[in-house]
Ligand binder design. Structure first.
Ligand code: GLP
Length: 239
């Protein structure tokens, strides 16, 4: 795994946006998977600015959602769908036909998993993914105790994730389950951009850097030498 350490969150965001721009320009029609969460939003904003300057056509790519809180949909502020729709897909002008996300409100979540798997299969594989990291090391909703499996997974949320969820919602919403692309699915991507910024992530960053390929720290399972880049700011690295 390569490490890219920038001074600030803003600089890390710029680096990730630049890499995304390059990738999308060189791989028209590629399927990418972009995490919601707070960490990558400034990178997406920078990427949209690049499009405004004529540097990239974001509509040339296809987008698969990473995860969703089961029970939540676009109308819930803080759902992955709302975050990505309002911060990326809509301002970037991505046609609906180029986007497939989980519907956390659907009664049949297994069906949601199958539909996502079919969407990905129709594009071959995810080629590039941008991933944030939870305080417990999760990526998407692959929690430390989540069994390894292919495709998409329905997951019982970890206690840490349930507590952290409050930061996304206007009013408390009791969340118990998530639906997510599995580590196996994400690991098939040609390129993986892991992001962690801010002092709060320092401890988990150290665990990832010091113990690669440990199921207790799901992000560490994606620290491939040849295709993963870990984008950090100095606060997260703490050196
Ligand atoms: C959330 C989401 C992830 C996200 C991660 C980090 O719970 N399930 O997709 O990447 O945790 O979030 P943040 O960037 O807000 O720290």
């Amino acid at each position: 795994m390569r490490k890219e350490v920038a001074k600030t969150h803003a600089e890390t965001s710029q680096q990730v946006a630049l890499r995304l721009k390059e990738f999308i320009n060189h791989n028209p029609g590629a399927l990418v998977c972009l995490a919601a969460g707070d960490t990558p939003l400034s990178a997406y904003a920078a990427l949209i600015e690049m499009q405004k300057n004529g540097e990239v056509d974001l509509s040339s790519a296809y987008y698969a959602g990473l995860d969703e809180w089961v029970g939540l949909g676009y109308e819930n502020k803080g759902s992955c769908r709302q975050v990505m729709e309002d911060h990326f897909y809509r301002p970037a002008g991505i046609p609906q036909a180029h986007i497939h996300v989980f519907d956390g409100k659907a009664a049949d979540q297994q069906e949601q998993a199958r539909e996502m798997e079919a969407f990905i299969a129709s594009h071959g594989e995810i080629q590039l993914t941008v991933l944030g990291i939870g305080l417990n090391g999760h990526v998407g909703f692959n929690e430390p105790q989540t069994p390894q499996a292919e495709g998409c997974l329905l997951v019982e949320l970890d206690e840490v994730t349930r507590q952290v969820s409050a930061k996304y919602f206007d009013t408390p919403i009791p969340v118990e389950k998530g639906i997510t692309l599995s580590l196996a699915q994400l690991g098939k991507a040609r390129e993986i951009l892991l992001m962690a910024t801010g002092a709060k992530k320092r401890e988990i960053v150290h665990r990832i850097l010091n113990a690669p390929f440990t199921p207790e720290v799901p992000a560490s399972m994606l620290t491939y030498e040849d295709k993963t880049t870990f984008y950090l700011d100095e606060a997260a690295l703490g050196e």
